[in-house]
Design a protein around this ligand. Structure first.
Ligand code: L34
Length: 295
């Protein structure tokens, strides 16, 4: 079997078209323009490229977007002051602080400082709590994107054995929780594997769906999966550079070998990454509706 490729690029494009229409309508009917600010501390090239993609996409959809970059040695207080300013800025409905932050800044403190109504990343503990309870909230962008990819590509998750590899706050923990909930792309039986898991392959070989979010290039090999598995590869690993200086990317899954056994698989690049960015746009529109009393 050769797998169907689940294209994040194509799915993201379709969702962005829907959002464009929604944003135009918000402006026309309610005079509401969704506003997003992205805050980047430092000069990590990967973070720079993600943040600039977020602003570019926002702009293309008719979202007002502001981009702030602070020097790597900026103090925690400077960042907190900036967040406070945007918490009180009516044009801005969504605030995103790109992670990871430099070591001298306390990440939890920063995430707590964002007004939960403007927390379009869904990282504030209030939103994490609401998510776990299945209440209306902002879903974190990468897990949200994975749910949309699964739903829109017709993968049946109900009763499925899902193995999530990775237990990060950004991906592993939230996607595991979401997929066990009674919801679209939910109702699954979820196992979470991590660095201390004793026999990872014994788990992954049972899986109907594998979600790999570890950050180790090509860690999931063909012998670790069963025929007909569905693979969602969240890893975006920079494994080298081309002659003209462009990053060479690899996922957490050995794509070429695994695609021969899988029923469906997401590529890297062009899989989960573009969905993450698009879900941020969706959350920003949700934030603008919330601020305008339209939810
Ligand atoms: N606050 N920090 C905050 N929110 C987030 O949602 C993120 N994340 C993760 C890192 N830090 C964050 C992102 O934005 C990961 N991430 C992200 C976003 C986009 C892409 C990858 C990761 C992406 O577009 N990837 C492209 C390849 C781009 C490239 O050439 O590097 C892809 O096709 O996978």
């Amino acid at each position: 079997m050769t797998a169907k490729i689940i294209s994040g690029t194509e799915t993201a494009k379709a969702i962005r078209e829907e959002l464009k229409t929604e944003i135009a309508e918000l402006k026309e009917k309610h005079n509401v323009v969704p506003g997003l600010v992205t805050i980047l501390v430092g000069e990590d090239p990967a973070s720079q490229s993600y943040v600039s993609a977020k602003n570019k996409t926002a702009h293309a959809l008719g979202i007002h977007s502001e981009q702030v970059t602070l020097a790597a040695d900026s103090s925690e207080q400077e960042l907190l002051n900036l967040i406070d300013k945007y918490n009180n800025d009516e044009k801005i409905h969504g605030i995103l602080v790109q992670l990871p932050l430099p070591k001298h800044i306390n990440e939890a403190k920063v995430l707590y400082a964002i007004n939960p109504d403007k927390d379009v990343d869904g990282f504030h503990p209030v939103n994490v709590g609401k998510m776990v309870l299945g209440e209306q909230c902002y879903l974190p962008c990468t897990p949200h994107g994975i749910l949309e990819l699964l739903t829109r590509s017709g993968v049946n998750t109900s009763g499925a054995e899902v193995v999530v590899i990775g237990r990060s706050n950004i991906v592993g923990k939230p996607i595991s929780n979401l997929m066990l909930q009674k919801r679209d792309a939910g109702n699954a039986t979820v196992t979470i594997c991590h660095t201390r898991t004793r026999d990872m392959a014994a788990h992954t070989r049972r899986a109907d769906i594998i979600i790999a979010a570890v950050g180790v290039p090509k860690m999931v090999t063909a012998d670790m999966v069963k025929d007909g598995v569905v693979i969602i590869d969240v890893g975006v690993n920079r494994i080298g550079k081309t002659a003209d200086g462009k990053a060479i990317l690899a996922g957490d899954v050995d794509f070429d070998a695994v695609k021969e056994k899988a029923a469906a698989i997401t590529p890297v690049p062009g899989g989960v990454g573009p969905m993450t960015i698009t879900m941020l746009m969706k959350n920003t529109v949700q934030a603008a509706r919330l601020a305008a009393g339209l939810i």
